[in-house]
Design a protein around this ligand. Structure first.
Ligand code: NAP
Length: 289
């Protein structure tokens, strides 16, 4: 049976994910903090914009969230609880901490609802194309119910364990993303200093063992000085703070994350917090004579 689904958080990722749910015939209603975004998308898709998270929850079998950070997820969960019907499934696709996933799950369970944490990787391109990689934490029976909803947005859906395991996996992903960003920006800055043709460097290295998604999608734009998001510096900074806190609790170190946090801090102080994370290239090139 298909689930009537409402979507909360129509940002760079959420708007594209909601469009894919609409294409799959699952989207009933949307809500966004800045109401105009919900009204515009609802008008485009011929669906209804809800005025409150609680009224959205009251109309849906499934509520999908994609908002910014830990406090935002918990604030939205608290605002939808008054309308939550028993058995409604809430899927949080934001990137937040494992602890936040557990807190949200407990609040939703106390109101008779079900919860999955299902953070994503694949960037705004993956969100648009419906090819996200989705890392799921929670009860497998809830995942079985959610499968058609998740399949509308992603091409790989992987159950990682109990509630919080999706977010723990995403934390691992974000440390990897930091390292890849560092490697690509440093290498292309080096290529520039060597006065090599950057487009050809991206093409030839991208076709070999050093090839990767970030180089392919962000290499051409960063070397042209274009940093439209994408994935914002401030959001990756938020994710790496989560990773740092988790690592500290486990007594392990994440030197790459530490270095990237310091670089992002400088970028944010210089007014680049809303730029794509490939703006790290600016940091590298400005420090290269
Ligand atoms: P974004 O463009 O900044 O959008 C954030 C969305 O969250 C907006 O709709 C915003 O509403 C809403 N929001 C923020 N705080 C809120 C609050 N307190 N109450 C209600 N709504 C709130 O961010 P994004 O790039 O779509 O990212 C969303 C999530 O996906 C983040 O957790 C991010 O880390 C994760 N993610 C992003 C990417 C990427 O490439 N962009 C990839 C994977 C995962 P307003 O419109 O009112 O501001």
């Amino acid at each position: 049976m298909s689930l009537t689904t409402g979507f909360i958080g129509l940002g760079a990722m959420g708007a594209a994910m909601a469009r894919n749910l609409h294409r799959a015939g699952l989207l009933t209603t949307v809500w966004n903090r800045t109401a105009a975004k919900a009204q515009d998308l609802a008008a485009e898709l011929g669906i209804q914009a809800s005025t409150e998270p609680a009224s959205l929850a009251a109309q849906c079998d499934c509520v999908v969230l994609c908002v910014s950070a830990d406090a935002d997820v918990l604030a939205v969960v608290d605002r939808l609880l008054p309308g939550l019907r028993a058995g409604t499934l809430v899927i949080d696709m934001s990137t937040v901490s494992r602890d936040t996933a557990c807190l949200a799950a407990a609040r939703i369970a106390a109101h008779g609802g079900q919860f999955l944490d299902a953070p994503v990787s694949g960037g705004v391109e993956g969100a648009r194309q419906g090819t996200l990689s989705i890392m799921v934490g929670g009860d497998t029976r809830h995942l079985d119910r959610a499968r058609a909803v998740l399949e509308a947005m992603g091409s790989r859906i992987t159950h990682m364990g109990p509630v919080g395991a999706g977010q723990a996996t995403k934390a691992v992903n974000q440390v990897m993303a930091a390292g890849i960003n560092q490697a690509v920006c440093e290498a292309l800055t080096f290529a520039g200093a060597l006065e090599l043709p950057l487009e050809k460097v991206i093409e030839v290295t991208g076709a070999g063992a050093a090839g990767n998604w970030f180089l392919q999608h962000r290499g051409p734009t960063m070397t042209r000085g274009q940093f439209a998001p994408g994935f914002k510096v401030a959001l990756h900074h938020k994710d790496l703070c989560i990773c740092q806190a988790m690592a500290k609790a486990l007594d392990c170190t994440l030197p790459l994350a530490d270095m990237t946090l310091a670089d992002y801090r400088r970028l944010m102080d210089a007014g680049h917090g809303e730029a794509d994370i490939s703006a790290l290239y600016l940091e590298k090139t400005e420090r290269t004579p």
